[in-house]
Design a binder for this molecule. Structure first.
Ligand code: AMO
Length: 438
């Protein structure tokens, strides 16, 4: 007989035979009768054991430890005694895998274990339906994003994660020993995406891990994160990139609202889809708003983490906006981003932007400098050795279209979409300064 899920039982006739399996969540033994609550991916079913019908087996079955995996062949019995409307009367019960006692972590306990205990025992933590719902929704979000890119005729690409040079500056590079030669874990697929613009792909995207040796402990950074990157060619300006980003956000969140209702209900979260186009605020206006809000500055007036939070609240209050772009970042703030195109009417400004979501940076991107001589000049300004970027730079010598793109932190997207207080909750097995296992 083929195994079915708890949610399929509803389709069966009263008395019909079935095979179910899952984790034994709870046993309620009332002496002559006992109830086993079993959990599978879709939900819960209840098995009824009657002592006088099954005899000695009763004592063995009521003593199966919690969280063991069991398989039941039995019959559906309709009843109005449970909210499910049915119970399973077993014909046979097989213990596939017995759980040890005590469990390092309760699955349905009311007390919340601390974060370290949960992540040390992540396989158990993820058995909780609210935890699994996060990853069902993450899957739906990624499906919505891929759906958008397919519709827009993007090619999904895979670029190397072991690289010879970094794209985002040296401070956050992880070094690896590559057959005796120095190499790094990729911080971003940025340079490869651009090379593919030189190759004529025109529209590419990648969803893959990116690595940053972040030296601090925050609720929005990890050492390994999933980066979604796209790059498009033959653009007129960075407005084309922001427009594509807006449509991507709108499409993927609509997809989550349509396909993810069941899991959003479990988490009791409502997702708001922004209307296209998403509002744009030049960096200098952000500073003016922050001045008006009375922000105290330490050093240069730049939108920092605190500023992002204040602006997020301001935009929500005044425009009911959860998303907005910060545009026209000053060149001096993006100097290390040597590939950023500057505004032709004012080179002290770049075409670079961030997209903010609920007071946190979700995306950054912009138009790239595609003119070889200007690109070389921008590298010289910050003393970058062209020899480290030779194959990248060659792309610009033989015909490069105007182009640009973005990087979006998928884990941050899930975190903010579901109002999770820590990015780690959106990652199955997070990596940070103090965690390499499991
Ligand atoms: P940036 O460095 O701003 O840009 O990264 C893009 C987005 O990736 C996410 N992110 C992170 N998420 C979790 N932990 C981290 N340590 C972390 N670092 C970054 C953020 C961020 O907005 N090459 C450019 C993109 C481009 O221009 O195409 C880049 O990587 O959500």
């Amino acid at each position: 007989m083929k195994r079915i899920h708890s949610t399929d039982v509803i389709e069966l006739q009263d008395g019909e035979k079935c095979k179910l399996a899952g984790w034994l969540q709870e046993t309620k033994n009332l002496g002559g009768i006992a109830f086993l609550k079993v959990r599978d991916r879709e939900g819960i079913f209840q098995v009824v054991l009657v002592k006088k019908e099954i005899g000695e087996a009763f004592d063995d079955l009521v003593n199966i430890p919690r969280e063991s995996v069991i398989e039941i062949e039995g019959k559906k019995q309709e009843t109005d005694q449970t909210t499910l409307g049915y119970e399973i009367i077993p014909i046979s019960i097989k213990v596939e895998s017995k759980a040890e006692k005590p469990l390092p972590l309760g699955i349905v306990d009311k007390v919340n274990a601390d974060m370290d205990t949960r992540f040390d025992n992540r396989f158990l933590d993820l058995r909780k339906k609210e935890k699994m719902a996060i990853f069902e929704l993450r899957h739906i979000l990624l499906e919505g994003l891929r759906d958008f890119f397919s519709q827009e005729k993007f090619i999904e690409i895979n670029t190397p994660k072991i690289v010879a040079a970094g794209a985002e500056g040296g401070a956050t590079l992880f070094e690896v020993d590559y057959y005796g030669e120095g190499a790094y874990l990729a911080q971003s697929p940025q340079l490869f995406k651009q090379m593919l613009m030189g190759a004529g792909f025109e529209r590419v995207y990648e969803i893959a891990p990116a690595y940053r040796a972040e030296d601090f402990d925050t609720v929005r950074h990890t050492s390994e994160f999933t980066s979604l990157d796209f790059e498009i060619s033959f653009i007129d300006s960075s407005d084309d990139i922001m427009s594509m980003t807006s449509y991507m956000i709108e499409h993927s969140l609509n997809y989550v609202v349509e396909e993810g209702e069941r899991y959003l209900d479990i988490l009791d979260v409502e997702v708001t889809v922004p209307e296209h186009p998403i509002r744009k605020l030049p960096h200098r206006e952000c500073i003016e708003i922050l001045d008006d809000l009375g922000k105290e500055w330490e050093g240069e007036k730049e939108v920092d983490t605190e500023g992002e939070k204040m602006l997020g609240e301001y935009m929500k209050e005044n425009y009911d906006a959860e998303f907005f772009f910060i545009t026209e970042f000053p060149t001096k703030m993006k100097q290390s981003t040597f590939y950023a195109m500057r505004k032709d009417y004012d080179p002290s400004l770049t075409t670079y932007f961030d997209l903010e979501y609920k007071g946190q940076e979700l995306v950054s991107g912009g138009q790239r400098e595609h003119r070889y001589d200007i690109l070389m000049k921008q590298m010289e300004e910050i003393d970058l050795a062209p020899s480290s970027f030779r194959s990248y730079l060659d792309t610009f010598k033989y015909g490069m279209p105007p182009h640009g793109g973005i990087g979006l932190g998928v884990d941050r997207f899930v975190q903010k979409m579901l109002d999770l207080d820590n990015i780690r909750e959106a990652i199955l097995f997070p990596r940070d300064t103090s965690r390499l296992k499991p």
